[in-house]
Write a protein that binds this ligand. Sequence first.
Ligand SMILES: C[S@@+](CC[C@H](N)C(=O)[O-])C[C@H]1O[C@@H](n2cnc3c(N)ncnc32)[C@H](O)[C@@H]1O
Length: 364
Amino acid sequence: MNTIDLTVPINKIPQFRFIGSKHSVLSNILEVIKKKEIYGEVFFDVFSGSTSVSRYFKRSYSIRSNDMLYFSYVLQRALIVLNDYPNFRSIDLPLASLEPNERIINILHYLNNIKNEEGFIFSHYTPESLKIDGIERKYFSTENGNRIDSIRTKIYEWFNDSEITEDEYFYLLASLLMAVQKVSNISGTYGAYNKFWDTRSAKPLRLNFIDIVSSEFRHQAFNKNTFDLLNDVECDIAYIDPPYNERQYIANYHILETIARYDNPEITGKTGIRKYGTEEKSTFCSISSASNSLAKLLRGLKTKYVVLSYNSDGLLPKDEIIGIFEESDLKKITVTAFPYRRFKSNSKSHSSELMEYIFTGEVK
Ligand SMILES: C[S@@+](CC[C@H](N)C(=O)[O-])C[C@H]1O[C@@H](n2cnc3c(N)ncnc32)[C@H](O)[C@@H]1O
């Protein structure tokens, strides 16, 4: 059966504020896949990020999704791997007679009203940080910093006490990460906080119900450097959406990573960035290694088709990418270009004529 048209409605795909999110171009990707007659059952979302592409195609294909960021993995587990609502059978709350959806709504309500507890986020990413680190970091209001810590701690406690399963843990954690984005005092990424308080940051943090999209396929999520995964995933279609400029994701999303891991990291500087090593840096973010990385990736993928998204503003020019496709022995190479609205961040000037490219190739 050709399931390509069974895509998930766009309104069921959460709009996560994420550099390079493909949320607004999902239908273009679908169109290219159809037009270029790319077929298959297993779809490998090599750089899953906010998970928008995997979520869109989870009814069309069996998904393998991956990202080196742990917070992306949390989203993948909840938004892609889950095909049913988790039951929350063992949780010690009075929910016994309720349906799964009602149970979840009640649990979220419980967490939204939990007693405030001070923790890492409150101490380092709210104005409270002035007392502790000598720097006033305005990422969250003190109330929301408290809420994030209280909810994060409770979710872990439940998991640690076996009151919730791993699936349930990831469902609640994903809901927390999505709620955090809505009250963050930032202009796009966590690379900096706003000097003045944005109206969104004054709103109380609220966990929301996440819709689970069912599908007939089984899906798998990974949290690895892609190069360490190539031998383990066989697919029909490899969708490649690498970083295309020098902005490292770990630096721009450090607080979401810390909330997801909740590992009390060593932090530094004005923005309280978590310390990260070279192994957490993407080689696609450097002009000296992007080209070799793409060539290495194309050689290593076990796939029949390759679909690559890239941007005209990226480190690698279009012709160089075509050259890398040719050298990697891909056949029937095509490029489709369409105008693209740039991700909004106040820190950079906006170039006007931005194009999004979709490259395709076949392995024969
Ligand atoms: C352009 S974004 C992907 C956006 C995604 N398609 C979406 O719609 O949200 C690139 C992603 O690649 C991840 N990444 C970069 N280098 C990686 C590597 N070597 N292995 C795994 N993930 C990597 C980053 O963490 C980031 O999430």
